[in-house]
Structures are given as C-alpha cells and as structure tokens.
Write a protein that binds this ligand. Sequence first.
Ligand code: GCU
Length: 338
Amino acid sequence: MRFFSRKTVVFAAALAAFAVSGCSREPEGPDYVLTYAENQPEDYATTLGAYEFARLVEAETDGRIVIRVVSDGELGDEKEIWKQLKLGGIDFARMSLSPLVDDLPKLNVLFLPYLYRDDTHMWAVLDGEMGEEFLAEFEGSGGKALSWYDGGARNFYTVHGPVRSPEDLEGLRIRIQSSEMMEDLVEALGAVPVSMAFSEVYAGLQTGVIDGAENNWSSFESSGHYRVAGYYTVDEHSRVPEVQLVSESAWEKLSAKDREILLRCAKESAAYEREMWKRQQEEAERAVREAGCTVTELSAEEKEAFYRCVEPVYDKYCAEYMDIVEKIRKIGEHEREE
Ligand code: GCU
C-alpha cells in the first residue's frame, strides 16, 4: 500500500532541506564556466581527451571550474579558433600546430617532413625536455600551451588513382592546412597546394575542386574523405603534433593552485588521449580497408624518393634551428642501434 505519492515525498524533502538551510542561500554555482574548442567530432580521440580533461578539472576543483567542450568545429575553423583564443573569446582549444606557425615560426621544426622515424621517436622528443621547451615557446603569444596530443602521421590521398612516387603527384591539386611549409612541401613534390579549412575538404574532393589531400588515418576515416578519395598512400610525410591550449587571459584569472590543477589534468588527459588515439587509428585503418580503399604502402627506397624532393624545405624553414633538428634526430637513436 502507498501512503504518499512520489510528488508528495519530493515536495516534503525539498521543504525539509529549505528549513535546514535557513532559507537564505542560493545554491552555489561554479566560479568559472570555460569554453573548450575542438574541431573534431564527438567520438574522436582528441574530443574524448577534451572531455576527460573537463571531467578531471571539475572533479579536482570540486566543481568550481566547469569546462564546456564544443566539438565538431562549431566555434570555427582552426585559424578562427586561434584568433579567438588569443583575444580571450575562447578559453581552451586543441589545435594542430600547422595553423599556429605564422605567429610561432619555430614550431615548424616539430613537423618537418620525414623528421621522425616513427611515433615512438616523436613521443621521445615531446615527452622530454625539448617538448617542454617547445610548450614554453607559446609564452606571450596569447595562448599558453598545456600538453601535447597525438595527431598521428599524415599521408596523401587522392581521388583518381594511387600515388607511389612524387611523379604520381605531379600537377595534382592537393589540399593543405594553412601553413607555408606545407605549401612548399607539396610544391616540392610537384603538386599544386590548395589551402582550405578542414571542414571544406569533403566538398572540395567531391566536386573536383581538389584532387586530393593529406591527413592521418583517423581524420581520413571520420571525415568520410575515404568515400570520395579512395587512394591512400602511407608515406607518413609529417607528424604534426597537436597541442592543448588555454588563453592567457583565462590563465591570468586563475589562482596558482588552479593553474597547477589545470596543468596536471591536461597532462593526464593527454595520456588518455594517446590511448584513445591508438585505438581509433587502428579502427580507422581497418574501416578504410574494409570499405575497399586502395592503400599503397611504400618501401624504404620509395619513401626516400619523397624525402629527397622535400629536403630543401629544411633549409628554408629551419636553417637557424638545425642544431635542434640534429638533436631531435639523435633522440632515441642509440636505443635503435642496440
Ligand atoms: C587533423 C587535425 C585537425 C586539423 C586537420 C586539418 O585532422 O586533428 O585539427 O584541422 O588535421 O587537416 O586541417
């Protein structure tokens, strides 16, 4: 038998709580509600990293800092997000390094073509002292860098046929991120670079405005580009690290304790993102192959032919940083020889 309806019980409980609290206090809300921009979809590894970051920060600050993740590029393309972040209109963002180099040219070093032997090599660089030094490079730019996220290796993909050598790229219109170095890289391989926002690439491929593009497995799959450009060449021309940023104006408002929490949570979320990334990359590769795309793997000699074409890019962008390039090349080298 029920003596009270559910509604009555809830009402009575609310009344009791009202009496206990002395009826005067408003329920306490967070001290800060901050926005986090992400241009990938909800289930993408970097977005999952962002949600993990938001979860950790909220838990560690007992709800004082709430971070709202806005995914799918809803806050604009990366160039726009960077502009907004510098102005303090957006508080956090995860970004690829390419669109940042107009302001921070030294970052070009980190995604020079064919720089890293593999992802273990890249992570040995980013997890070490050098990674911290590059994060510090952002000082005074309007954005503070918190941690590195994985963005895999970028590969070329095309609409009309496979690419096995630079000759196969000759004259093809290839979409690039907004970066002068990427422009020179594609030009050095004989193709025609076309800079365009990531969100416009699908239509560009479909309508023939471009003949191809370049990106990692995860983006190739999740963007659906593989449906309109079915030839993927695993040349791994660049690994473009991704970075988690906070606007300097948001950072300045926070206490030393909160800053320390943000930094710690950013690093923890980065470790989580890397796990998610591995999983997504594998699944993306499987899905793309199952969908019937032609995947072209290159031998070491074939890769070498690409590298020879793009070598001048090193002189143009990193002549003054060749000592850093040499240091990067040496990192982890002895472990390989053993
Ligand atoms: C990757 C990266 C994005 C970037 C995109 C691009 O997918 O994760 O942040 O916008 O490359 O090619 O523009």
